[in-house]
Design a protein. Structure first.
Length: 162
């Protein structure tokens, strides 16, 4: 992490931990959180040509609102609230925080190659190409690879909503 002058503020130490969550579960979480931007409360955060995922949030009485999201390139969060804890008018995580996140990430992604998140609904060929480049991933079984339907649609189908 660098400041505006390029000075290193934080450098992550190399770790040998390796993969801590199975790719199928990472994919399921990516798919669910991507759905928030595709057809949920985080629609205003969506970035053209980039697959993103995130979560909106609003506390009781609308005292705080936030949007936390990520792409294959960056992770960022936006919190909105009054320092004195007073109620905000008509601000939810899907409004101003999502819009600010969108604007910040749009600028940050300028010139970046779009990449899918594992498990999101993107061309299978592109997902497989990217997964093959990640050293700690295990290759999906034929059954997993054939599931081109996003997880949230499969779950909705179970309950009759999809």
């Amino acid at each position: 992490m660098r400041n505006g002058d390029g000075k290193v503020l934080y450098r992550r130490r190399h770790t040998t931990t390796g993969q801590v969550v199975a790719l199928q579960y990472v994919g399921a979480m990516n798919d669910m959180l991507n759905a928030a931007l595709v057809r949920g409360t985080g629609k205003r955060a969506a970035i053209p040509n980039h697959v993103a995922a995130g979560k909106t949030g609003t506390t009781q009485n609308s005292r705080d609102a936030w949007f936390v999201g990520y792409t294959a390139h960056y992770v960022a969060g936006v919190w909105i609230g009054n320092d004195d804890g007073s109620v905000m008018r008509k601000v939810t995580g899907g409004t101003l925080p999502a819009e600010l996140w969108h604007d910040i990430m749009l600028a940050a992604h300028e010139g970046k190659q779009p990449m899918p998140l594992p498990g999101t609904h993107a061309p299978r060929r592109l997902q497989d190409t990217i997964a093959a480049r990640i050293p700690w991933t295990s290759h999906a079984t034929k059954q997993e690879a054939s599931q081109d339907v996003p997880l949230f649609q499969r779950v909705l189908g179970i309950f009759g909503g999809g």
